[in-house]
Each structure stands twice: as C-alpha cells, then as structure tokens.
Design a protein around this ligand. Structure first.
Ligand code: C2O
Length: 542
C-alpha cells in the first residue's frame, strides 16, 4: 500500500459556459476537480487550503473513514468549516472498498462546482473480479447554474420558497451539444473496436436523480458505490445524487459515433422540473468526426418502473474474495419517515405553498446544524447544549404515509439538533419510509461512515409483519446511498462498527437545506468515543 499526498487549493475561477462567463469555486482551478487514483489499502493525505471567500470542508463520499471520523468532512458534524484563508489536512486509509467513489465540498451548496472522482483500484497484487478493462472512463454527471449556487440557496432560505433549478446537466463539467452556445462544450472519448471499457459513473448533481444510457450499447454493471456486484446487463442506469455505478461496455458496434446521455428522473412530479438532456460522445477510432452521433432513447421523466427494475436487479457479488456478511439478527429496530413538510411563517408570509416555508424531516425532526462546536467535538469533550441524544426511534404518530394531507401533525416538523446514539457494534435495521404529506418523491438517503445492505424495498406503507418475509438476507446489494422509492420504503441493515458522529441525509441538497438529515453517534457509553484518535492539531474550530 502507498501513501499519497495531494494539495487542494479552493479558489475562485472564471469559466465560460452556456453563453456566459461565470466565477465559480474550484479545486486547483479545475472543473470538475482533480481525479484521485488510488488502490484499496492506500492512505491519502490531502492538504486543503481555502483561498475562496466561503467557508468550506471536503467530504470523501463513501469512504468508510474507519476510525478516522475527523477526516469525514461534513461541516459542524465532524469539524467546523475551514474559514477563508485557513487550511486543514485530511488523512485516511481506504479499507475494503474497490470501485468508484468521489469527493465533494460539504458546506452550503459549494459542492455544485467543488467535486471530483476518487477511483479505487484493486488492492496491490490482486485484480478485478471481471475481465480486465482496456480503458477506464470516469463520467461525472453534474449540474450547472448560470447563477452562483450559494446565492441560489441563500435566496431560497430567505424567502422559504423552492430554489431555482439548474440551467444544465453536465457530463465531466460539459453540458453537451444540445444546450445553447455549447456545440463544442462536450466531453468526447475515443474507444477502439472490440475493446472493453470500464465506465466509472457518478451522480454529482445537486438536486436531480439521473438516467444514463449509451446509444446502441449494452452495459454490464459490476460495482455500485465501490462494492462489487454480480454482473447485471442493462441499457439504462438510474443514479441518485451520491451514487456511483461501474459498468463494462464492450465496443462491439459498427465504427461510428454514439451519444452517452443523461436526463432527469423526476419521481413524484406531474411535470418534469427540467427535461433537458446532457450529452457526451463515444467515438470509435476511425470514425468520421463530422458524422452525426446516434442518440440513445432515455426513459420518460417519471418512469419509476425502469428505476425499480434496475434497483431490484442489483446483487452483491458474494465471491470467495468478496464475501457477503448480511446481519441475520438485529439489535436496534428503527423506523424513520423521510419527506417534505411545511412550517408556518407567523406574522409574515413566506414564499412556500400557502405562505409557509418548505421544510423536510426524518421522524418529524428537521435537522439544524450546530454552530459553536461540531457534534463530534461536543461528544468527545462532553459539551452540553450542542445537541440532544433524543432523536426518536419511531414517528410520533402513525398514519397512512403515502396519502396526502392526512396528518396535520407532520405538516410542521420541529427544528432541532437531535442525534441517535448507537452502542459500538450494534446491528441496526432501519426502515426508511417515504411520506407524501404534500408531495411524494424518491429520496437518495446517504449514510456517512458505513456501508449498508439494502435488504428490501417496496411501495406503499411498510408492513412489519409481511414485508420482512421477503427480505433478501443472502446477497442484497451493499451501498452508501439508497434510493427510497417514491411513496415507498427501503430497509437497510448495518453494523455500527465505526466510532464517531455520522451524518445521514437526503443527497438532494435542497432537501438537506430544508433539514432532511440526522446524526448517528457511535460510541461505547454516554461520553466515550471508543478508540477514536484525538483530533488533529489543525482541526478547524468554530
Ligand atoms: Cu456526498 Cu453528506 O455527502
């Protein structure tokens, strides 16, 4: 195993896109940011200098951070933000993960432009559990705003209304040739007939689930969220923000040019928020660069059936070298509702529905970040008043979660900083139940510091008698981000084997802004964080 050292400088950079020039925050002037190539077992030391005008942190999305919680990165959870002019060094080791992960800013909406790929090759001396690819192609799906995304979210927070949607979807930072002024702003990659390509796809978009297809080519999924899967052939992928998918693509079509394309899956909406398509070009060596590329047919914006078929097809690899250890029994049984709500604006009218403001919650608690200490520091120092350990294990009232407007109680969540304390090594089963109080939507729920098995999922209200009988406890897929189906539920299992404070949240940034988050504190007693290393000396304080 190697030790790799990198320097990230956050800075303002001017970029030309969609008929205009804009200043965005980048890492080292690059958009998207640098791709890190490592092997399983390697240690990364990344020194981050903040030369931008905003508070910032970097999160290593999906990295287990086994016993290195100080390096996880979400602001006010494991560290206070790096102030403008400040710096912080992240140190961590990749343990037991192979495939594609990514890194992104975890402060306000900075991640709109501050993100990049983290590619993890097999442990030195071992190889892939599939045909060795001839070429690797990172594909970062993203979103582009013609306005400063931080202004967009700040305006929405002020008014209580929904924030503006982005102006384009992107592939490796480029909108592609279907958007205005973008005919040459398109990612192109050349491949050789007969060769096998490993596409490492990540959804780095802020607020959009995305379908992805390649014209005329079948893809074989081999890993999701840096965990190997049984090979799954498909013509279309759906990735929620935060998710990654590795696919093998054999260049087995005629010499020519083929579009790779992505567009939104707007799960619960009667109308698509944005039905535009971002494109990139796969060009065979020897093809004419003037020939028109073939376009794939992407699913309709609300094609939940295709999403479900794809999700249901995923299975852990479960080979001798990559075994499956699904917990067969459970110590903690948790049931969390996830969804949107509204908060009344007393004495004034806000910009949300009926003069209210948008809110989102888990079990009717809308998460508020602390500001004086990070949760991890407060836990370690025994500081009172930063958070309370009373996050509820169940919703306060039971109702028909998938019917609209039934329970007035859940219209209006409480805003608070509550955590759930898990004893070290507890086996957890968590049911994530989507709600439809005024709108149902699919939510990509991401857990920091742990991967989990998705043992079941379905539509409607979870039934604790009949649904567990259908759980897959043999080879369910393991991920760090699960798409809770629109008007449905997902069941996950994990072992709380990593001491620290771990954020769990919807990876649609608009929902985290509205409070769709909570924190698990994993420790071995009320005040001890078992074997957590003491904080690095340069840890930013509030
Ligand atoms: Cu990809 Cu909390 O993050």
């Amino acid at each position: 195993a190697e030790i790799q050292t990198h320097t990230f400088v956050l800075q303002s950079t001017s970029v030309k896109k969609l008929c205009g020039t804009h200043n965005i925050i980048t890492v080292n002037g690059q958009f998207p940011g640098p791709t890190l190539n490592v092997s399983n077992g390697d240690t990364l030391i990344v020194k981050v200098y903040n030369k931008a005008q905003y508070n910032a942190t970097i999160h290593w999305h999906g990295v287990r951070q086994f016993r290195t919680a100080w390096a996880d990165g979400p602001e006010f959870v494991t560290q206070c933000p790096i102030r403008p002019g400040g710096s912080y060094t992240y140190r961590f080791t990749i343990t037991g993960q192979e495939g594609t992960l990514w890194w992104h800013a975890h402060s306000s909406w900075l991640r709109a432009s501050v993100y990049g790929a983290l590619i993890i090759s097999p442990t030195m001396g071992t190889t892939y559990p599939f045909t060795k690819p001839d070429r690797q192609i990172p594909i970062a799906l993203g979103e582009w705003w013609n306005r400063n995304p931080i202004d967009v979210v700040n305006q929405a927070t002020r008014t209580g209304a929904a924030p503006n949607v982005s102006d384009a979807f992107t592939i490796n930072g480029q909108p592609g040739d279907l958007y205005p002024c973008s005919s040459s702003d398109i990612f192109r990659v050349s491949v050789k007939a007969g060769e096998t390509n490993l596409l490492r796809i990540m959804n780095s978009a802020m607020n959009t689930d995305l379908f992805f297809s390649v014209a005329n080519h079948t893809m074989t999924v081999v890993a999701v969220d840096a965990l190997y899967t049984k090979p799954l052939k498909t013509n279309v992928l759906m990735l929620g923000p935060g998710q990654t998918t590795d696919v093998l693509l054999v260049a087995d079509q005629g010499i020519g040019r083929y579009y790779m394309a992505a567009r939104a899956y707007s799960s619960g909406q009667g109308v698509p928020f944005d039905n535009t398509t971002t494109t990139a070009i796969l060009e065979y060596e020897g093809s004419s660069t003037t020939s028109a590329p073939t376009m794939p047919s992407l699913p309709f914006y609300n094609d939940t059936k295709t999403v479900t078929t794809f999700a249901d097809g995923l299975r852990s690899l479960g080979s001798h070298d990559h075994p499956v250890f699904v917990p067969q029994s459970v110590d903690e049984n948790l049931f969390y509702t996830v969804g949107l709500g509204l908060i009344n604006c007393t004495g004034q009218s806000c910009g949300g529905p009926n003069g209210s403001r948008f809110a989102a919650s888990m079990n009717n608690v809308s998460f508020v970040l602390p500001s004086s200490f990070s949760i991890l520091q407060a836990q370690l120092l025994g500081k009172k008043g930063v958070f309370t350990a009373d996050f509820p294990d169940n919703p306060s009232t039971q109702f028909d979660y998938t019917a609209q407007n039934i329970s007035r109680g859940l219209w209006s969540p409480v805003k608070d900083t509550r955590v759930k304390v898990l004893k070290y090594n507890t086996t957890v089963q968590l049911i994530l139940q989507g709600t439809n109080i005024f709108a149902g939507e699919s939510h990509p729920i991401h857990l920091h510091g742990h991967d989990f098995y998705i043992v079941g999922a379905g539509f409607g209200n979870y039934n604790s008698r009949t649904d567990p009988q259908k759980f897959n406890l043999v080879d369910p897929p393991m991920r760090n981000t699960v798409n809770v189906p629109v008007n449905g539920w997902a069941a996950i299992r994990f072992v709380a084997d990593n001491p620290g404070a771990w954020l769990m949240h919807c990876h649609l940034d608009v929902h985290i802004t509205w409070g769709l988050a909570m924190v698990f504190v994993v420790n071995n007693g009320p005040d001890s964080l078992l074997s957590l290393e003491s904080p690095p000396s340069d840890l930013p304080l509030c």
